[in-house]
Write a protein that binds this ligand. Structure first.
Ligand code: NAD
Ligand code: GLY
Length: 395
């Protein structure tokens, strides 16, 4: 049988300050088959090929494991696979221990690699294992959800949950290589796809802040204009969209890898949290897992624009523009299974991780020109309540 032509990937480079710690993100359809070559070049540096512990979840294993294992075996790469349950409940100390046990039994050294094949859950869990096994072994991200291809596989945040606190135990640990096969998105359930799209559109709404620029964006070539042209056809341009999101995240992480920029610097890593004060409150009020995170982010971004409109930070026409885009891609109105009590939502916002002073509110808000942001610590509660009401009336 003839060998299929190799996919030509887009490559985004993450360049971090300090000592040379750059890594490539390969993006394109069909890249899983190229994983052995990419590993040899970018992880094993074309010298002796080491071992891999491949961590994946039950769903992803059923879809992609045999393709990858076949490719790795024909390249004579020794691999041991560990399958964890699908979903958030896998981010535990028990599953972490299973990874350490697999590494130990397989005789892994620090030069060998842990490969995360799956969504953000597998990436965060396997990444924390890689950061800590022998004080850090090699780490490769092979993200298979939209959210993980544009967000969680890039930038080095790795963590497990502890008791009722999400990502309570974690660190920053950058991968050596990210391989995002966009063909994987074809098997992703529609709901997960839309949740990923919400995070992707977020990059368009923070574009100026993310590039760290004070100059307004060119309206013709802005990321927002690109989404507006595509509308409901956004899936046709997936590799291009993912690459642009990764470029923006890489720019943010290069400036503020460990989220240590001054608290009010809206170009720091905090800019990735547009809409998240609202989103976290809804996720918590409805019970984790009821809304997907991206669905909550879609709600939160719309509310953030309405809040900015009330505070005079953006024109009404700007929030109407964002609403039209979210409508065009089925992210507005986002149905809620029940409408949480508004005061309860505000109480949850006061407990948000971003809040610096007890009992205050902290929002990352859009301001003019579009794409730039403001970190706001003194939003009147009455305005927040008005925005919540506006949303609850609209759905
Ligand atoms: P996930 O990893 O749970 O994946 C969602 C579901 O899709 C799972 O059931 C999974 O089995 C399935 N799946 C994965 N790939 C598939 C495919 N190609 N086809 C069909 N099904 C597939 O969820 P997620 O949304 O990818 O990630 C959420 C996690 O990411 C959360 O734990 C969150 O805390 C974390 N996160 C981390 C960062 C970071 O910077 N590290 C950023 C954002 C989110
Ligand atoms: N997803 C937020 C961050 O990476 O900082």
């Amino acid at each position: 049988m003839p060998t299929p032509p190799k996919a030509t990937p887009t490559v985004v480079s993450v360049s971090l300050a300090g000592y040379p710690r750059n890594y490539p993100i390969f993006i394109g359809a069909g890249l899983l088959a190229q994983l052995p070559d990419l590993l040899k070049t970018h992880v094993f540096n074309n010298t002796a090929v080491g071992k891999l512990v491949l961590v994946t979840d039950e769903t992803v294993a059923g879809l992609y494991l045999s393709t990858i294992e076949t490719a790795l075996k024909s390249a004579e790469i020794k691999v041991e696979t560990l399958i964890v349950p699908a979903g958030e409940m896998a981010k535990t100390a028990d599953q972490l221990t299973r990874i350490y046990e697999t590494c130990h039994a397989f005789g892994m050294t620090r030069r060998d690699a842990i490969v995360a094949l799956g969504g953000g859950v597998v990436g965060d869990l396997a990444g924390y294992a890689a950061a800590t096994y022998y004080r850090g072994c090699q780490f490769v991200q092979v993200p298979t959800t939209l959210l993980s291809q544009v967000d969680s596989s890039v930038g080095g945040k790795v963590a497990i949950n502890f008791k009722d606190v999400k990502n309570a135990i974690g660190t920053f640990y950058q991968p050596q290589l990210v391989v995002a096969d966009t063909a994987c998105i074809e098997t992703l359930p529609e709901r997960e796809r839309l949740a990923g799209l919400a995070e992707m559109i977020k990059y368009a709404l923070i574009e100026q802040a993310a590039v760290g620029s004070t100059a307004p964006l060119n309206p013709e070539t802005s990321f927002l204009a690109f989404y507006e042209q595509l509308g409901a056809n956004w899936m046709t341009q997936l590799p291009t969209l993912i690459a642009r999101c990764c470029q923006l995240k890489a720019a943010v992480v290069a400036r503020d890898e460990q989220e240590s920029a001054p608290a009010n610097d809206s170009t720091g890593r905090v800019c990735l949290n547009l809409g998240h004060t609202f989103a976290h409150a809804y996720e918590s009020a409805l019970g984790y897992g009821v809304l997907l995170h991206g669905e909550a982010v879609a709600i939160g971004m719309m509310q953030a624009f309405w809040l900015s409109e009330r505070l005079g930070l953006v024109e009404k026409s700007t929030s109407a523009r964002i609403q039209r885009l979210l409508e065009a891609v089925s992210l507005f109105p986002m149905a809620l299974p029940s409408i949480p009590n508004a005061m309860e939502l505000v109480a949850l916002m006061r407990k948000d991780k971003k809040v610096l002073k007890a009992d205050s509110l902290r929002f990352i808000l859009p301001q003019a020109p579009i794409g730039s942001l403001l970190v706001h610590d003194t939003v009147p509660v009455a305005d927040v309540l008005a925005v919540l009401d506006q949303y609850h009336q609209a759905i």
